[in-house]
Design a protein around this ligand. Sequence first.
Ligand SMILES: [Zn+2]
Length: 237
Amino acid sequence: MATSRLLMKRASNKRGTTISLPKNLITNIVARVASHSLADLVNLKRCCKDFLDAAEDDFAYKHVSLLHKFPLFPWRPLNDKKLSFLKRCKESQNMDTLFREGLLEYLRGEKISGLRILKIVALKGHKEAKYVYGMIMLSSEDEELRKEGLEHMRFLRESKCVIRCRGKVEKLVQYAWKKNILLHNKKTLCHNKSICKGWRPREGRWLLLDDEDDNNDNINMCEYCRWDQELELFNIH
Ligand SMILES: [Zn+2]
């Protein structure tokens, strides 16, 4: 971000001119600035023609990261500038926007259409969508759907980002999760709780603190117990 600011400052001294950087680098800078601040994006566009062109490019809108910028349930309605920015992101097939839309529909009770969108985004590799869709599937009473959920959660665990995804989703949905998401299957994923050796984080830890703590491939550990714990951890927050 500091690099982007420096470039913005340098370019602003030569308004109307171009800068000699590869196009993909310029586009990445624009996407990063837009992820950070819409006001900075406006300033960047004013800097020079290259940034302006890149900011109009679908690529920048497609890749901008916006989950942390737009809570699902903002205290105040979004202003026109923000709404039009979100609209443009959606038109550019931005995955964060589609994830937001699917989650909102699901939480508002449109569960079938919400899940349909969440599944599409999860299959495209969006990690937070994989987490939400995976958790909902793990909560299902249908064994086949539970298997589907397992595939998504395994992907996240292999990518070492289960806990990070949980944190981001919790921050995004806040209180709405507990009220609206049906974690209704009381049957644990592990069917042998009484004799199972269970699962625990790295030795000496009581709770999962970060994704490194999840790096436990000991074959004596039970993977199903790991996901039973994840369902429990998510529900108590
Ligand atoms: Zn077990």
